[in-house]
Design a protein around this ligand. Structure first.
Ligand code: MTE
Ligand code: MO
Length: 163
C-alpha cells in the first residue's frame, strides 16, 4: 500500500519535474558570440557548456550586487582570448540590454577578471544578471572597488568584439 502510494506520487510529480527542466537554463544554446580581430572563425559561438569545458577559475568575493561573499565560477577572460586567438587591444562587451563597456585587453592578464557562469554553484538566471557576468577579484585588490572596474563588470553579457 505504501509502495503503491509512493509510485502514484512519483507519477504525480513527473510532469512538474519535466516542467522545471524545460524552464531551467538551456546550457547548450549559444550564449556568447565573439567577433572582430580573432584567429578563430568569426563569430566564435559558445554555449555555457562549451565555456565550462574551458579551464575553470573560481573567485570568492563580495560585490555591490550580492549579499556577503559569494563564489563565482567562470573562465578567465585571458583564457577565453587565447581560445579564440584574440589579437586586439580593446574588447567591447555588449549586454542583453543596451549596456556596453570597453575593457582594455591588457586588463585581462593584469586584473584577472572572469566571465562567470555560476554563482554559489548555480547557473545564473537573466533575472540574477546572468547568464554571463564579468567579475573581478574585488576583495583581493582594493583598487578594484572603484567605478572604473564596476563599470567593466558587465552583466548579462551577450557578445564581445575584439579590436
Ligand atoms: N548589463 C549591464 N551591466 C552593467 C551596467 C548596466 O547598466 N548593464 N552598468 C555598469 C556600471 S556603469 C556600473 S558602475 C555597475 C553599476 O551597477 P549598479 O547599477 O548596480 O550600481 O554595473 C555595470 N554593469
Ligand atoms: Mo557606473
Amino acid at each position: 500500500m505504501v509502495l503503491r502510494n509512493f509510485t502514484a506520487l512519483l507519477f504525480f510529480l513527473m510532469p512538474f519535474c519535466m516542467m522545471s527542466a524545460a524552464t531551467s537554463q538551456d546550457i547548450d544554446k549559444v550564449a556568447l558570440t565573439i567577433s572582430g580581430n580573432i584567429e578563430a572563425a568569426a563569430p566564435a559561438e559558445f554555449s555555457i557548456r562549451a565555456l565550462e569545458a574551458l579551464p575553470r577559475t573560481t573567485i570568492v568575493t563580495a560585490t555591490p550586487w550580492h549579499d556577503g561573499k559569494v563564489t563565482f565560477e567562470g573562465v578567465l577572460l585571458s583564457d577565453l582570448m587565447a581560445q579564440v586567438g584574440g589579437k586586439g587591444t580593446r574588447a567591447e562587451f555588449f549586454a542583453l540590454n543596451d549596456y556596453r563597456a570597453v575593457i582594455p585587453v591588457a586588463d585581462f592578464k593584469a586584473s584577472k577578471p572572469i566571465l562567470a557562469y555560476k554563482v554559489n554553484g548555480d547557473y545564473i538566471s537573466i533575472r540574477k544578471k546572468g547568464p554571463l557576468f564579468v567579475i573581478y577579484p574585488y576583495d583581493q585588490y582594493p583598487e578594484m572597488k572603484t567605478e572604473i572596474f564596476y563599470s567593466r563588470s558587465v552583466w548579462q553579457v551577450r557578445s564581445i568584439v575584439i579590436e
